[in-house]
Write a protein that binds this ligand. Structure first.
Ligand SMILES: Cc1cc2nc3c(=O)[nH]c(=O)nc-3n(C[C@H](O)[C@H](O)[C@H](O)COP(=O)(O)OP(=O)(O)OC[C@H]3O[C@@H](n4cnc5c(N)ncnc54)[C@H](O)[C@@H]3O)c2cc1C
Length: 222
């Protein structure tokens, strides 16, 4: 009889054979790169494989497959959970670092931010426009990971938490269904995601956030 680890490996291999996805396993450079993104370098979990999806459709496909084949999946955003909770040992990790799209609407002062975007990457795009999201103070933290847990940053004293400034959330559920949650649609899920979003409701693929006009410079040099 094969071990759970061997079974998991076979299920992931079959997923890659029936799709265009690539899985990276221990020993491959891409695997080590994903593992190195964890802030907690002493966490010892090593997943069976990483997959780096580039689109929401790919995530839907992985989750439909995982749900049909009892494959456990965890999600790696910016890698800054202090306990390394993004990584599971016997299972597949979706490393979202390739999903870097940021779509800004200056007129409404809002932005759609994809799941691989970090705090610095969002600031780098909004600040030259004189706008800023409520973001954390650590540049490498994932915007979505931060937002799902509440999110406290430089603007919070005047503008509230990141969750207070989150307008819509696109999520792929465990069965691979794409949903956009907002105060008008799927409102209970929207409520739950804003604070407890990383406890397993699904994979959040992008969030729409409010941007604020920067009045003056508070920190930094010329
Ligand atoms: C050095 C440091 C500085 C920090 N500074 C701040 C700060 O200024 N303000 C603040 O509010 N917080 C701060 N934090 C806390 C940080 O916001 C949380 O730890 C946050 O959960 C990290 O998100 P991440 O995506 O970077 O980490 P990850 O480890 O990748 O993810 C954290 C958790 O969220 C889940 N997750 C991530 N992305 C998704 C997704 N797209 N869909 C579903 N689940 C997802 C993961 O599975 C994991 O369980 C800091 C943490 C560190 C280590």
């Amino acid at each position: 009889m094969s071990s759970p680890e061997e079974n998991t490996y076979q299920v992931i291999k079959a997923l890659c054979e029936e799709s265009n996805l690539l899985a990276f396993v221990e020993g491959q450079e891409e695997y080590e790169q994903s593992l190195k993104r964890l802030f907690n370098g002493s966490q010892s979990n090593k997943p069976k494989a990483f997959i780096k999806p580039e689109t929401t459709d790919e995530i839907c496909h992985v989750l439909q497959y995982a749900s049909a084949n009892q494959l456990q999946v965890s999600v790696l955003g910016g890698g800054h959970d202090p306990k390394g909770l993004a990584i599971i040992r016997v299972g597949l990790v979706l490393d979202l670092s390739a999903m870097k799209e940021i779509e800004i609407d200056v007129e409404t002062a809002t932005a759609w931010v994809e799941a691989g975007v970090t705090v610095k990457e969002l600031d780098d795009v909004t600040c030259p426009l004189g706008l800023a999201a409520v973001n954390g103070s650590c540049t490498d933290v994932g915007v979505i990971g931060l937002t799902l847990g509440g999110g406290f940053g430089f603007l919070s004293r005047t503008q509230g938490l990141a969750v207070d400034n989150c307008l819509q959330i696109e999520i792929v559920t465990a069965t691979g269904q794409r949903i956009v949650a907002s105060p008008q649609k799927h409102e209970q899920l929207f409520w739950a995601l804003r604070g407890a979003g990383h406890v397993g409701y699904g994979v959040v693929t992008k969030v729409q956030v409010k941007l604020h006009k920067l009045q003056e410079k508070y920190v930094g040099g010329e």
